[in-house]
Design a protein around this ligand. Structure first.
Ligand SMILES: *[C@@H]1O[C@H](CO)[C@@H](O)[C@H](O)[C@H]1NC(C)=O
Ligand SMILES: *[C@@H]1O[C@H](CO)[C@@H](O)[C@H](O)[C@H]1NC(C)=O
Ligand SMILES: *[C@@H]1O[C@H](CO)[C@@H](O)[C@H](O)[C@H]1NC(C)=O
Ligand SMILES: *[C@@H]1O[C@H](CO)[C@@H](O)[C@H](O)[C@H]1NC(C)=O
Ligand SMILES: *[C@@H]1O[C@H](CO)[C@@H](O)[C@H](O)[C@H]1NC(C)=O
Ligand SMILES: *[C@@H]1O[C@H](CO)[C@@H](O)[C@H](O)[C@H]1NC(C)=O
Ligand SMILES: *[C@@H]1O[C@H](CO)[C@@H](O)[C@H](O)[C@H]1NC(C)=O
Ligand SMILES: *[C@@H]1O[C@H](CO)[C@@H](O)[C@H](O)[C@H]1NC(C)=O
Ligand SMILES: *[C@@H]1O[C@H](CO)[C@@H](O)[C@H](O)[C@H]1NC(C)=O
Ligand SMILES: *[C@@H]1O[C@H](CO)[C@@H](O)[C@H](O)[C@H]1NC(C)=O
Length: 515
């Protein structure tokens, strides 16, 4: 307020002096209007705003054009204000909306701005770029924002905005980027967004948006990325999304979407990532998925998908993450998956997959790239004595709760990168090979509830990274090697031998510091 009273006579003076010279008086008026907003800042001595003052040179008019974060046109009228990331704490209550007729870009992101977004923002009629993301704005998105007809970018992400998305936003026909993510928005996605024909990026994730996904979004043929995840969306994935030929990323995970995955999605020829996990999608995985040649990430886990894994998925040479677990998929694992030579994670656990683990998958596991294989809780059958070979690069393999039999191969000792080996609750026989003590990276080893016999090899105590060791539910004999007690990291040990199930006690060693 102090600077305002000092400046008021100056404003009058400057206005009188230059009243015939329109341009100059505009610049001074803009400067004073900005200073009025500065006066409402919580921290007046904010170092980056020291240049926002009138004391530059008493002989010249006050112009904001050299001020920090401010840009002007050739007529010295403000066209851009950029204060991103400077810890500015203020409301927009005193912002000079009506005094900046040429403001085209306003970037106040990543500050501590708070209060509402005033409807008066619609007075910035030349605005093309508005970024108020990552502040503490609250209240609703004013529908008047739709009067900013030149807007191309509207970023309001990471605030506390509530209420629903105004359907008037559909009038912003030049909009290319709309980011309303990480707020508290509720209500439905307005179908009017389907009119934003230039839209490239639509980010609505991490809100409480409910209702169905409007099929009209399938009209937005310029869309490159769509993030609708972490909301409360219901109903089906519209088949119109098949029209989105430029779409590279489609994120719809953690909603309550239901119904089938439309086979039209196979037409999204640029698609690189699709994440539909943690929904209620049902029906088959469409064979048209095999047409998505650029796909690198396919995350469909935690749904109700049934039927077979389409063989055509083996065509997706670029695939890095194939995550189909926690569904009701049945049939056998297609041998064609062995062609996915860029795969890092194969996650098929908690399904109803049967048959044997194809040799082709075994070969894939020998490659450098594949690091994690999750096949637990299926109905896989087969003798793993020899099939499972030497995987020098594999880090995680989970085969628990299947119907595998045969012996634990001594080859496992040659898997030098192995961190986690889970083969619990199968029908393994024979002894625990001492060679396993050579896989020095192992953190978790679980061979419980099989038919293993013989002694616990002393060499297991060489597994100095071991945190969890489960050997219980077998027919192991002899004594517990004393060396196990020296394994300083061991958090959880369950190796009790032939006691009846309900009389198993667990020996727990609390870890000293780690994790
Ligand atoms: C700004 O002023 C406040 C007190 O009003 C003081 O605590 C703070 O250290 C000052 N900051 C700078 C950068 O001078
Ligand atoms: C006013 O801003 C100028 C730069 O525009 C700066 O050099 C000067 O130190 C500032 N004056 C005050 C009092 O902060
Ligand atoms: C604002 O400045 C930052 C760098 O400080 C830049 O990354 C950002 O693109 C600028 N915003 C605009 C709208 O020019
Ligand atoms: C939105 O939040 C404001 C406070 O920030 C609250 O007063 C208002 O009731 C909320 N409105 C809705 C619709 O939740
Ligand atoms: C989700 O949004 C809230 C604000 O509403 C934020 O605090 C949180 O960090 C966001 N979460 C993610 C994962 O972005
Ligand atoms: C899926 O639907 C069932 C009822 O049909 C419901 O109980 C469950 O919460 C839904 N799950 C998700 C992730 O929406
Ligand atoms: C897979 O499950 C479906 C029912 O969801 C059944 O009709 C089909 O026979 C099953 N196929 C196999 C190979 O088990
Ligand atoms: C598993 O295969 C191995 C090697 O081919 C063989 O020696 C063993 O008898 C088989 N085990 C069972 C239970 O069929
Ligand atoms: C498990 O192996 C035993 C022999 O070790 C055999 O009798 C039994 O049928 C097998 N069970 C299954 C489910 O394969
Ligand atoms: C467990 O075994 C011990 C003997 O080792 C016995 O005294 C105890 O009663 C058993 N407990 C149960 C619940 O069976």
């Amino acid at each position: 307020m102090k600077s305002l009273t000092v400046l008021a006579p100056l404003l009058l003076c400057v206005t009188l002096l230059f009243s015939s010279l329109n341009v100059a008086s505009d610049s001074a008026a803009e400067a004073l209007a900005i200073l009025k907003w500065k006066a409402s800042l919580q921290s007046q001595n904010h170092s980056v705003l020291l240049s926002w003052n009138t004391s530059n040179n008493p002989n010249t008019k006050t112009s904001p054009c050299a001020w920090f974060g401010i840009h002007c046109n050739h007529a010295d009228s403000v066209t851009k204000i950029n204060l991103t990331g400077y810890g500015v704490k203020v409301t927009l209550h005193s912002f000079p909306f009506s005094s900046l007729p040429n403001l085209a870009e306003l970037d106040l992101s990543t500050n501590e701005l708070y209060g509402i977004i005033p409807p008066k923002i619609s007075q910035l009629s030349k605005l093309t770029y508005l970024d108020l993301s990552y502040n503490q704005f609250s209240g609703q998105i004013p529908p008047e924002i739709s009067h900013l007809v030149h807007l191309q970018t509207l970023h309001l992400a990471g605030n506390q905005l509530n209420g629903s998305i105004p359907r008037e936003i559909g009038q912003l026909k030049f909009l290319t980027d709309l980011a309303l993510c990480s707020n508290k928005l509720n209500g439905c996605i307005p179908a009017s967004l389907g009119k934003l024909s230039r839209l490239v990026s639509l980010l609505l994730y991490n809100n409480s948006i409910s209702g169905p996904i409007p099929p009209e979004l399938g009209n937005l043929r310029n869309l490159v990325e769509v993030y609708l995840d972490t909301n409360r969306l219901t109903g089906p994935i519209p088949s119109t999304f098949g029209n989105l030929k430029k779409l590279t990323v489609l994120q719809m995970f953690t909603n309550s979407l239901s119904g089938p995955i439309p086979s039209e999605l196979g037409n999204m020829e640029s698609l690189s990532e699709i994440s539909l996990y943690h929904n209620n999608l049902s029906g088959l995985i469409p064979t048209s998925f095999g047409d998505l040649r650029h796909l690198t990430v396919a995350r469909l886990y935690e749904n109700q998908l049934s039927g077979p894994i389409p063989e055509e998925i083996g065509n997706l040479n670029s695939l890095v993450y194939l995550e189909l677990g926690e569904n009701q998929l049945n049939g056998s694992i297609p041998a064609s998956l062995g062609s996915l030579s860029n795969l890092k994670i194969l996650h098929l656990r908690d399904n109803r997959l049967s048959g044997s683990i194809p040799n082709e998958i075994g070969n894939l596991m020998k490659l450098i790239v594949l690091k994690r294989v999750y096949l637990e809780r299926n109905r896989l059958r087969g003798n793993i004595s020899e099939d499972l070979g030497i995987y020098p690069n594999l880090r995680f393999i989970e085969l628990s709760d299947n119907e595998l039999y045969g012996e634990v191969s001594s080859n496992w000792g040659l898997c030098r990168s192995l961190q986690s080996l889970f083969i619990a609750r199968n029908n393994l026989s024979g002894t625990i090979p001492a060679e396993i003590g050579n896989s020095r990276q192992i953190h978790r080893l679980d061979v419980s509830s099989n038919h293993l016999v013989g002694e616990i090899p002393k060499k297991i105590s060489k597994l100095t990274s071991l945190l969890y060791l489960y050997l219980n539910g077998n027919k192991l004999s002899g004594s517990v090697p004393l060396e196990l007690g020296l394994m300083s990291k061991l958090l959880y040990l369950d190796l009790l031998l032939d006691l009846p199930a309900k009389n198993k006690s667990k020996i727990e060693w609390k870890q000293k510091e780690e994790n």
